[in-house]
Write a protein that binds this ligand. Structure first.
Ligand code: ADP
Ligand code: F6P
Length: 324
C-alpha cells in the first residue's frame, strides 16, 4: 500500500528555465489544497545536502508566476551523483519529515530523483529545461520563452545584417540538443542551421550557399549555430575569407535562459506542477510528468530515461527547403 503523504518538498535543479517559478507555485498551492504540507528545498540537491529547507505557505509563492529564474535557486551537485550523497539526501528528507519531493529539472535531475526514490523517498520529476531534450515529453518548461527570446534577438540581428549586406552567424543555446536552433531556424527563415545532432555539417557547402545567394540578390545570410557546434567567431573569420562577404558572429548566451515566461510556459508549468503535486500526494513515486500525444500524463522514470528522441527529419528537411 502507498505510504501516507503528509509533507512534500520541491526543488529546482540543473540549468534554470523560465516557468520554473510557475511550476513551484502550482506544486505548493495544489499540495496545500490537498491538505499536505510543503517545504522548499533551496539550490537543488546541493541545498538538500546542506539542509537549506524552508516551510512554504500559499503567500510564499505570491507574485512569482510571471518571473523568470527560480525563487528556490538551482545548482549542480557532484556529491549527489554518489551513493553516499544520495543516502545522505534521503536521510535528510526523513529527518525533516519529507515524504516525497517534486524535482523540477532536466534528465540529469531525473537521475537524482530516481536515486532518491530507490532510497525510499517518493519522487516526481517535472521537465524544466529550455532545451526540449527530454525524450518522454513533447514539451519542456522554458522552451517556449527561450525560443521567443532568441527569435526576437535574431530578427534584430537580421535587420542590421540586411542593411550592411552581411552574413551573420548567430549562436543559440543547446549543448547537446538542436531544438532551439531548429525552431528559430524555421521561424527566422535562416539560410543555414547547424545542429549538434547533425555534426557532419559541411562548411564548404555553407560558403557555396552564401556565394549563390549573393548572386540571387539576397542581402543577408543568417546561419543559426547551436552551442554544441560552437566556434562561431572562428567560423565567421573563415567564411568571410572564403566568400569575401563581411561576416559577424553573435552569441546570444544566457539571455535565452532568463526573462518573464510566455503564457504557454506559465500554463504548462501550472498544469504540470499541479499534476505532480496530485500524484505525489496520492503516494506515487519514481514518475515523471509529461505532455505526450496532446495530454498531460506520467511515466515511470526508468522508462522515461530509456526513451530516445531525435530531431524530426521532416522538420529539418523543411527548414532546408524553405531557405532557398
Ligand atoms: P539537468 O537536470 O538540467 O539535465 P544536470 O545534468 O547538470 O542538469 O543535472 C543536475 C543535477 O542532477 C546534477 O548536478 C546532479 O546533482 C544530479 N544528477 C545528475 N546526474 C545524476 C546521476 N546520474 N545520479 C544522481 N544525481 C544526478
Ligand atoms: O539550460 C540548458 C543549457 O542552456 C544547455 O543548452 C547548455 O548545455 C547548458 O544549459 C549550459 O548551462 P551552464 O553554463 O549553466 O552549465
Amino acid at each position: 500500500m502507498a505510504k501516507e503523504i503528509k509533507t512534500i518538498g520541491v526543488l529546482t535543479s540543473g540549468g534554470d528555465a523560465p516557468g520554473m517559478n510557475a511550476a513551484i507555485r502550482a506544486v505548493v498551492r495544489k499540495a496545500l489544497a490537498n491538505g499536505v504540507k510543503v517545504k522548499g528545498i533551496k539550490k537543488g540537491y546541493q541545498g538538500l545536502l546542506n539542509e537549506e529547507i524552508v516551510d512554504m505557505e500559499k503567500r510564499d509563492v505570491s507574485d512569482i508566476i510571471q518571473r523568470g529564474g527560480t525563487i528556490l535557486g538551482t545548482a549542480r551537485c557532484s556529491e549527489f551523483r554518489t551513493e553516499e550523497g544520495q543516502q545522505k539526501g534521503a536521510d535528510i528528507c526523513r529527518k525533516h519529515g519529507i515524504d516525497g519531493i517534486v524535482v523540477i529539472g532536466g534528465d540529469g535531475s531525473y537521475r537524482g530523483a530516481q536515486a532518491l526514490s530507490k532510497h525510499g523517498i517518493n519522487t516526481i520529476g517535472l521537465p524544466g529545461t529550455i532545451d526540449l531534450d527530454i525524450s518522454c515529453t513533447d514539451y519542456t518548461i522554458g522552451f517556449d520563452t527561450a525560443i521567443n527570446t532568441a527569435m526576437d534577438a535574431i530578427d534584430r540581428v537580421r535587420d542590421t545584417s540586411s542593411s550592411h549586406e552581411r552574413c551573420s552567424i548567430i549562436e543559440v543555446m543547446g549543448r547537446n540538443a538542436g531544438y532551439i536552433a531548429l525552431w528559430c531556424g524555421v521561424a527566422n527563415g535562416a539560410e543555414d542551421i547547424l545542429l549538434p545532432e547533425k555534426y557532419d555539417y559541411n562548411e564548404q557547402e555553407i560558403i557555396n550557399n552564401i556565394i549563390n545567394n549573393r548572386k540571387r540578390g539576397k542581402k543577408h545570410h543568417i546561419i543559426i549555430n547551436a552551442e554544441g557546434i560552437g566556434h562561431s567567431t572562428s567560423m565567421a573569420r573563415r567564411i568571410e575569407a572564403a566568400t569575401g562577404v563581411e561576416t559577424r558572429a553573435t552569441i546570444l548566451g544566457y539571455m535565452q535562459r532568463g526573462g518573464n515566461p510566455t503564457c504557454k510556459d506559465r500554463f504548462y508549468a501550472s498544469i504540470m506542477g499541479a499534476y505532480a503535486a496530485d500524484i505525489l500526494c496520492e503516494g506515487k513515486t519514481n514518475r515523471v510528468v509529461a505532455y505526450h500525444g496532446g495530454e498531460f500524463v506520467d511515466f515511470d522514470i526508468d522508462e522515461a530515461l530509456a526513451m530516445e528522441k531525435q530531431i524530426p527529419e521532416y522538420q529539418y528537411a523543411v527548414s532546408r527547403a524553405l531557405s532557398l
